[in-house]
Design a protein around this ligand. Structure first.
Ligand code: UDP
Length: 309
């Protein structure tokens, strides 16, 4: 197949693109290098069927191929809050352009949505049928509402324009190639532990997240891409249902590093969700997918990577 991966120079995009190349597909990456990095694509350049184009999805452009996988958007709170208008435009205008492109060329369009569409959830764990609890004018809104609008648009393209759009909601994902200045809890803890610094706990550290290793996530995305069209659900959660408090995560990092626990408590950011855990029953049923890499296993290569960045 000829596949376009937008945001392919980013953390998840670069892992996904490499997997597609290894399976023999021709892959074009569009990335504006806002949070993506060319060095994430080093191994990719060994493949003849790989092409990189510096491009911003906020502007419409042409492509000919069979499938588009959209991962273009800053995704960590630090990065998506740095320029909220840019984030919103990327989510909404970018997806609008890609939806019209997919319709025009008859391509399948997969789109990375997010667990952030659930906001600070008052239902736990979160299944696809839960509508969410989202602030429209908070510091997370540019991302949360941008992604919600994108879901609506793509669902309507599927329903009213007969375009084969496929939505997946990514829960917290980690692994090598994350940006060291991402500000995310896993990258912060790994960088801090590698440097012998205190680990920064926001709030009391009792909030929870569920962490999925990137290779597991890529496998889920690829299964959705290969599903017969009639079996594609309107939207599917992809994440690891193991649930950890930030204190438990810190403890695991210290254990793997073999170092003495050193913590520094900082204020909890505004609108920080208290709990997050995916219900992945739908993914299990329709994709035959569930994560196989435990947090402890996945943290090992991640810590190694952060020791060397
Ligand atoms: N967090 C923390 N220390 C850090 C960075 C984040 O305790 O150095 C907390 C943050 O407040 C949140 C959780 O870790 O409750 C996950 O944050 P992250 O930014 O990784 O992603 P989110 O799931 O909030 O989008």
């Amino acid at each position: 197949m000829n596949i376009l991966v937008t945001g392919g120079a980013g953390f998840i995009g670069s892992h996904l693109t490499l997997r597609l190349l290894k399976e023999g597909h021709a892959v074009t990456v569009w990335d504006n290098l806002h949070t993506g990095r060319l060095k994430n694509l080093t191994a990719h350049r060994d493949f003849d069927k790989f092409q990189f184009v510096e491009a911003d999805v906020r502007e419409a452009r042409d492509y000919q191929g069979d499938m588009i996988i959209n991962l273009a958007c800053p995704a960590s709170p630090v990065h998506y809050q740095a320029d909220p208008v840019f984030t919103w435009e990327t989510s909404v205008f970018g997806v609008h352009h890609l939806a019209h492109l997919a319709e025009k060329i008859g391509a399948v369009l997969l789109h990375a949505s997010t667990s952030e569409v659930y906001g600070d959830p008052d239902v736990h764990p979160q299944s696809e049928s839960y509508w969410g609890n989202v602030n429209t004018i908070g510091i997370r809104s540019c991302y949360d509402e941008g992604k919600r609008a994108a879901e609506t648009l793509l669902h309507d393209f599927r329903t009213f324009k007969n375009t084969d759009t496929r939505l997946f909601r990514i829960f917290n994902t980690y692994g090598p190639q994350m940006l060291p200045d991402d500000g995310r809890v896993v990258s912060n803890f790994c960088v801090q532990a590698a440097r012998g610094q205190e680990l920064t706990i926001f709030g009391d550290g009792k909030q929870t997240r569920s962490f999925c290793y990137v290779e597991d996530l890529v496998d889920g995305i690829w299964r959705l891409a290969n599903l017969p069209r009639e079996k594609v659900p309107p939207v599917v959660n992809l994440g690891n249902p193991g649930e950890f408090t930030m204190l438990e995560l810190a403890e695991l990092v210290f254990k793997l590093m073999g170092s003495e626990p050193k913590l520094k408590f900082l204020p909890l950011p505004q609108d920080d969700p208290k709990r997050r855990k995916p219900n992945i029953e739908l993914a299990k049923e329709v994709l035959g997918w569930e994560p196989v890499i435990s947090l402890q296993e996945g943290l090992k290569p991640t810590l190694e990577y952060f020791k060397n960045v």
